[in-house]
Design a protein around this ligand. Sequence first.
Ligand code: PRP
Ligand code: URA
Length: 213
Amino acid sequence: MQVHVADHPLISHKLTVLRDESTDSPTFRRLVDELVTLLTYEATRDVRVEPVDVQTPVAMARGVRLTEPRPLVVPILRAGLGMLEGMQRLLPTAEVGFLGMVRNEETLEAVTYAERLPDDLTGRQCYVLDPMLATGGSLAAAINFLVKRGANDIIAITILATPEGISRIESDLQGVDVPVTLVTAGLDDGLDERAYIVPGLGDAGDRLYGVAD
Ligand code: PRP
Ligand code: URA
């Protein structure tokens, strides 16, 4: 898996405010949105385009447009939903599929409770959105889902990732012949005894939307 940690002072600044426990939910949501737009710029560097001619008021010009099939954006509910608008701002014609997953806090395994994706993803570039790559269980399960349906290029965008999570995904993907790239705003030190990211930003879903259980 190719890992790209975004290195930009604006991203670091927004991430610092996001981490701050005194940042309220509305500000947290806005910062996630802004960070994703900045990360999308990097994550779509290889989005597939084809040449197209356009008539300007002066002359014909050569340009590009997104190729068909269009990219598929897949937010992992709940927290990934907070990243969708920020991504759509730069990629408004992408289609959107949904995966609902929750980590069982005892076993740390991801449980899939909802899925709304095209049956056939053959030839599709897929962008998976989830702010937190902690143990990697949720993202690994999501990637497997997409690979089984035929996706042939997967780009995951996260706000934070851990070395443990990256290793887990790399070992789960052994033998899988699909390129996977991770674009993240920060690579943190690791996990605490509850498998929360350290220093992290706490529970992303709760900070976006409030406590669910
Ligand atoms: C969080 C987060 C990831 C997952 C990361 O979701 O958004 O999906 O945990 O943990 P992992 O890498 O160890 O699998 P959570 O299960 O809290 O659900 P939520 O988004 O509904 O809050
Ligand atoms: N899920 C979160 O929301 N935060 C963590 O630190 C780990 C998993």
